[in-house]
Design a protein around this ligand. Structure first.
Ligand SMILES: [Zn+2]
Length: 174
């Protein structure tokens, strides 16, 4: 696999729906580890979804050491989930500012469920797991799973603000 790089706004890979991974084989494991390695080197990325590095595959990675709260997961290391699905969402929602490695310099306040339950195959556990997450981790999971559907944070903006942000973004990424 060639060196991973961040694909930024305007790249069609960010807008495509990602494919489910059928085999949790050595190729999948290698890809997961490459994504973890890439995220660990990025300065401010909390999470990363495969389309952001150019692959429309259902894989997300989260740097747990930047989550900073006890969520019942080891605060060290990385969470890698393959084929993640949100199976439960709290009715309670909260607005919070989010950035994205693919949208440099953009910050959007997104209203998201405060608590989620996510099911997916975990690289560390080597099996399907269910994660009950709240607050920041729940937000990051929803953000990364959005990427697998081709959804970006600017999509949550009202039309007039979105066009303004897109103009600024295009200048930044070109
Ligand atoms: Zn993002």
């Amino acid at each position: 696999m060639e060196q991973l790089r961040i694909h930024t706004y305007g790249d069609p890979v960010l807008r495509r729906e990602s494919q489910k991974i059928k085999d949790f084989d050595s190729k999948t494991r290698f890809f997961c580890r490459s994504m973890i390695d890439f995220l660990s080197k990025s300065k401010d990325g909390v999470g990363l979804a495969a389309p952001q590095v150019g692959f429309n595959q259902q894989v997300i990675v989260i740097n747990l050491s930047l989550i900073g709260e006890d969520q019942g997961l080891s605060p060290r290391g990385f969470l890698c989930l393959v084929n993640p699905r949100i199976i439960k969402k709290s009715a309670q929602k909260k607005k919070g500012a989010e950035g994205c490695l693919s949208l440099p310099g953009t910050s959007v306040k997104v209203k998201r469920a405060v608590e989620v339950e996510v099911k997916g195959w975990s690289l560390a556990n080597n099996e399907k797991i269910t994660i009950k997450a709240r607050d920041f981790l729940a937000r990051v999971l929803q953000h990364e799973i959005d990427h697998l559907k081709g959804v970006l944070i600017i999509d949550y903006l009202p039309f007039w603000r979105r066009s303004r942000e897109i103009k600024k973004l295009i200048k930044r990424v070109n």
